[in-house]
Design a protein around this ligand. Sequence first.
Ligand SMILES: [Zn+2]
Length: 136
Amino acid sequence: MNYPAHLAVTAIGLALIMEFFLGGVDIALVVIAALSALMPDMDHPEAKGRMIVNAAVAILAVWIAFAGSMLVAFLIILGWFVGSNFFVEHRGHFHSFAAAGLFGLLIYWALGEQAGLWAAIGYSAHILEDGMFKVW
Ligand SMILES: [Zn+2]
């Protein structure tokens, strides 16, 4: 399944679940969940999730470089490039519920409890969708 399908299926599916089981749709949480549904494919070189993470790593490295440590910024970029290109296989560890939990934890630390929960749900939705539909 490609990224537009993951975005649409996750957003529509979770919005329906929110509407029928939680009494209303929280658009911000649906957006977080839908974007999180792109993240498992960060193990694929052409995936949108990979592009989002590449941009986040670059922004983090620039921020750290301006904060004073060019060496740490260089190591972050080198580590991400080497790790994501040589040690990750498509539909490997990133397509697991353990990775969904870790991703949810990361978002929890960054954005709070509800965002972390719905990020983990969106990430998990991607794994389920890959298992249910014809995949790329
Ligand atoms: Zn996938």
